[in-house]
Ligand binder design. Sequence first.
Ligand SMILES: [Zn+2]
Length: 274
Amino acid sequence: MTRINSTKVGDIEIIALTDGASQFGPEMFPETEEKIITDILRNANTESIDTNFNAFIVKSAGNTMLVDAGPRDLFGETCGFLSDALTEAGIANDDITHLYLTHLHPDHIAGALTQDGQAVFEKAQMIVSEADHAFWSNEVFTDETLSQWQVLAKACIAAYTGRTELVSDGDKLINGVTALALPGHTPGHMGFRADNASESFIHVGDIAHAPVLQLANPDIGIVFDIDMDVARDTRKRTFDMVATDGMKLSGGHFLRPNIGTLDRVGKSYIFNVG
Ligand SMILES: [Zn+2]
């Protein structure tokens, strides 16, 4: 089974790496009536709310940027295959010059750390949004889950200390590739865009965790969104932009093969592979 698919924007090569797969229960969407969910699933001819865990490689002007690093062993045996995907793409850990983390949630950063908290990507500069770095560094959580997530976020920050670059919306990541703020999921949550004169690709981060549900109805938010209202606005605005501008997109949890375009149908979006 292949774990990669790719596209190009001019000379910029973008390779999607599928780390693994899992499923959500309807309780993960607490503001949505279960009937709305079951109706969408029936229309889509599926019974499960599927998700994938994706990382990306972006190659441009001699640099090799890894975007997110997957959940490692946190979610059991259906996930944690980042190194298999990198091998399939012909990339060794030490080839990676930049590690861009869209946000500091465990399913995006655990794979950047060994079991004992060392950096996996020893040659890479870590790039993370200034707002997320500050949030996970300074916030005091009473919620137990968020507290546990913060332990891992702080471990990641510590492992890459001394080679960390903090960015905000619009900042250059590598040649032709810029940071894109997508607030709501976390305060500093980001994607990226790659542009040349005639084409654009956008990585929409975690604006959709269950693409089947959230493309059909972008009002549906997931419990992991720290601010569900801001996340909903970001999701709707971004899907609208991608469809209107005819951009290619992918995201942290899109289902393989996960690079394509969006068509708008009423208030829904249809994902077209390619
Ligand atoms: Zn995620």
